[in-house]
Design a binder for this molecule. Structure first.
Ligand code: ZN
Length: 501
């Protein structure tokens, strides 16, 4: 049996090599590639994608998994071997259920849709992309139907990103969260918004860059196993556990952009750098779900990086880097500025309180569209109404309304957004658990020390990679199911103090 497992592992590592090569090509495309390379690069990526898909859906893999079933069943559930077989089988069964012809049809449709959206958004022309989105919705339903037996048509689509989460569970969770958040947003916005003009002076790029790197080095991001480069849309990527890269974008007139972007991506990268080295090249060697991944980026960006204690240590250093801009701005003013809450049109620019309302409306629309309760043509109007109800503002056009996110226009409708809010909920739950185990963490953060927190996260979350599902991991780490309480406690405490609520 060990030889069969070794055989399976060898094949999986080969497939991972192809995927890593593709990841490197797409990292290059988003950072340094000259525009002239675009057409060939798209073809190269398609070729590699097809090769790894063919290798993974090879019936020989299915046969190995079948042969290994008795061995798996003889092992404890959480042994590394059983976990590798289990997670590989889950991925394999998902991959073989969708016929290659459908994969090709979906991929060609989404790349066409992306092209049309890229023109329709600046032109504020939803009608142009509407028929494409209708087709996408149709294909999304078809995709779900390759996984019969679901409770809600969105469930199989949610599984791609957040395995095991269901529309019904998320609906309940989000409804509870919304009930708590809407009054909090109203209470905060009844006060005058914080003045964040100190962040909007001129901050030369080189100093911003160096300052962000100094912080993430202290977090524990290992530059021997990673690097940071510039990109228009920041992301984190991994070619191996020894090479996890982050990217950022710098705006000289907005200090928050690169700073918090770097902290966020470093959170994703710490997770990937922290996976056990002996998982290298296997399906276990990556973060377990989009919700858990976002919980790690947001923990470092918000719970640590937007806390008062953190800036007690770093603000004098920041002032020393930018004496003309910040020399006469107090820590309190700066702290308020980086935690300004204000209903805004664009999800990616939203503060940590209103952000979830942006996510929930998208999630609800995905369910309504998939269920057929909402027609694509009625989406722009529904968007405006819901925005008014939840955030008290109305997008002046579709460009900054229903056309703002790329997700539905370069992928399917369903499953794309819930991970962001799950990340917010989970980061607070994990952080509270870490603090209960190590009450010294806040005092360490005030000294610019992150070793205890980083080790706890590595020990409890990072090292396991995909060995446990998100649900299993939450239970193991916190001793209970996912809960919104820690997150609500965190927001209430922080913003009551900030806004004297
Ligand atoms: Zn993220």
């Amino acid at each position: 049996m060990e030889t069969k497992l070794q055989k399976l592992k060898t094949r999986l590592i080969e497939i991972n090599d192809l995927e890593s090569a593709a990841a490197l090509l797409s990292w290059d495309q988003s950072t340094y590639m000259s525009p002239g390379g675009a057409a060939a690069r798209a073809r190269q990526l398609a070729t590699l994608g097809q090769l790894s898909h063919e290798k993974f859906t090879d019936p020989a893999i299915g046969k190995l998994l079948e042969d290994l079933r008795p061995y798996e069943e003889s092992l404890p559930y959480d042994s590394d071997e059983a976990s590798l077989i289990r997670v590989t089988r889950r991925n394999y069964e998902r991959s073989v259920k969708v016929p290659p012809s459908f994969v090709a049809q979906l991929s060609s449709h989404t790349s066409q849709t992306y092209e049309v959206w890229a023109q329709a958004r600046p032109a504020n022309d939803f009608a142009k992309v509407q028929p494409y989105l209708e087709k996408t919705l149709d294909l999304s339903r078809q995709l779900a139907d390759f996984f019969p037996g679901y409770e809600h048509v969105a469930d199989p689509l949610i599984d791609f990103h957040d395995y095991g989460m269901k529309a019904s569970t998320l609906r309940t969770l989000f409804a509870e969260l919304r009930q708590q958040l809407v009054p909090l947003v109203q209470a905060i916005t009844a006060h005058p918004a914080a003045d964040d003009s100190c962040l909007h002076q001129t901050f030369p790029e080189a100093q911003q860059w160096a300052f962000g790197l100094e912080i993430v080095k202290r977090f524990g991001y290992d530059f021997e196993r990673g690097r940071q480069d510039k990109t228009p849309h920041p992301f984190t990527t991994k070619f191996s556990i020894g090479d996890v890269r982050i990217t950022t974008r710098v705006k000289e007139n907005d200090l928050g952009e690169a700073l918090f972007g770097t902290l966020h991506e470093a959170g994703h990268a710490l997770y990937e750098q922290g996976v056990r080295k002996d998982f290298e090249g296997t399906p276990l060697a990556q973060g377990t779900s989009s919700g858990v991944h976002e919980s790690q980026s947001r923990l470092w960006e918000n719970l640590v990086g937007r806390s008062r204690g953190f800036w007690k240590f770093f603000y004098p250093k920041l002032q020393a880097v930018f004496p003309d801009q910040l020399g006469s701005v107090s820590l309190d003013t700066f702290y308020r500025a980086i935690n300004k809450v204000q209903p805004s049109l664009i999800r990616t620019d939203a503060d940590e309180v209103t952000y979830n309302l942006h996510v929930m409306l998208r999630f609800d629309f995905e369910l309504a569209l998939l269920e057929g309760r909402l027609a694509v043509r009625d989406l722009p109007e529904a968007w405006r109404e819901r925005f008014k109800a939840d955030l008290g503002i109305v997008p002046p056009d579709d460009r900054d309304g229903v056309l703002q996110d790329v997700h539905w226009y370069d992928g399917i409708v369903g499953g794309a957004f819930q991970g962001y809010t799950l990340g917010n909920v989970l980061n607070a739950q994990f952080f509270e658990t870490a603090l209960a185990a190590h009450p010294e963490i806040p005092a360490e953060i005030e000294e610019g020390e992150f070793g205890t927190l980083h080790s706890w996260l590595k020990e409890n979350i990072y090292q396991h990679g995909s060995k446990y599902t998100a649900t299993e991991l939450i239970e193991r780490v916190t001793g209970g199911p996912m809960s919104i309480e820690p997150y609500i406690r965190y927001l209430r405490t922080k913003y009551a103090e900030l806004y004297k609520l």
